[in-house]
Design a protein. Structure first.
Ligand SMILES: CC(C)(COP(=O)(O)OP(=O)(O)OC[C@H]1O[C@@H](n2cnc3c(N)ncnc32)[C@H](O)[C@@H]1OP(=O)(O)O)[C@@H](O)C(=O)NCCC(=O)NCCS
Length: 143
C-alpha cells in the first residue's frame, strides 16, 4: 500500500486491500472485503459495496460541471456489491452501478448500470451476450 492515502471522514470496511498510490478522498464509504488496485482515485463521497473489485487506474468523479471548489451537493457514484470495475474506467458522478455488474476496462460510465450486467465503451453500453458471464458472485446475488 505504498503512498496509498485515505482522507478524513472515510469509512472503510474489514479486509480492505489496496495497491500502491490509491487515493480515497474525503467522505467515501467502502464496504467489507473490497480490493482497489494501484493508481485508482475515488472522488469524495464515492460509495463502494462489499466484495467489489476495482482495477488499476480507475477514476470516479463527483462534479459534472467541474467546479473548482467542493460543495455539499456533490456526490460520487454508488458502486454496488460484488462489482468488478476494469482497469482505467471512469465513472461519472452520482450514478448507480448495480450489484454484481461489471465495467470493462477503459469504459466511461455516464448512466446507471443494471445489476448483473456488463457494460463497455465510451459511453458505456451493455455488452450483447453478457448473460454468459454469470459468475458464482452473480448467482449468489441474483439467483
Ligand atoms: C469486459 C470483459 C469482462 C468482457 O469479456 P467477454 O464477455 O469475454 O467479452 P470479450 O472480451 O470477448 O469481448 C466481446 C466484445 O466486446 C468488446 N470489448 C470488450 N471489452 C471492451 C471494452 N472495454 N471496450 C470496448 N469494447 C470492448 C470486444 O472487442 C469484443 O468485440 P467484438 O465482438 O467486436 O470482437 C473483458 O473483455 C474484460 O475486459 N475484462 C476485464 C479486464 C480488466 O480490466 N482487468 C483488470 C484487472 S487486472
Amino acid at each position: 500500500m505504498d503512498e496509498t492515502k485515505i482522507h478524513q471522514g472515510c469509512i472503510i470496511g474489514e479486509d480492505f486491500k489496496a495497491g500502491h498510490n490509491v487515493i480515497i478522498d474525503e467522505g467515501c464509504v467502502i464496504g467489507k472485503d473490497v480490493k482497489i488496485d494501484s493508481n485508482s482515485c475515488l472522488a469524495r463521497r464515492t460509495i463502494v459495496g462489499d466484495g467489489t473489485f476495482i482495477g488499476p487506474g480507475v477514476i470516479t468523479l463527483n462534479s459534472k460541471t467541474m467546479e473548482r471548489e467542493f460543495d455539499e451537493s456533490m456526490r460520487g457514484p454508488k458502486i454496488g456489491r460484488k462489482c468488478r470495475i476494469g482497469a482505467g474506467a471512469i465513472i461519472f458522478p452520482d450514478i448507480r452501478i448495480g450489484d454484481g455488474a461489471w465495467v470493462g476496462p477503459g469504459s466511461v460510465v455516464t448512466h446507471d448500470v443494471k445489476p448483473g450486467s456488463i457494460v463497455v465503451g465510451n459511453p458505456a453500453e451493455p455488452l450483447p451476450g453478457s448473460e454468459k458471464k454469470k459468475t458464482e458472485d452473480w448467482k449468489e446475488l441474483h439467483g
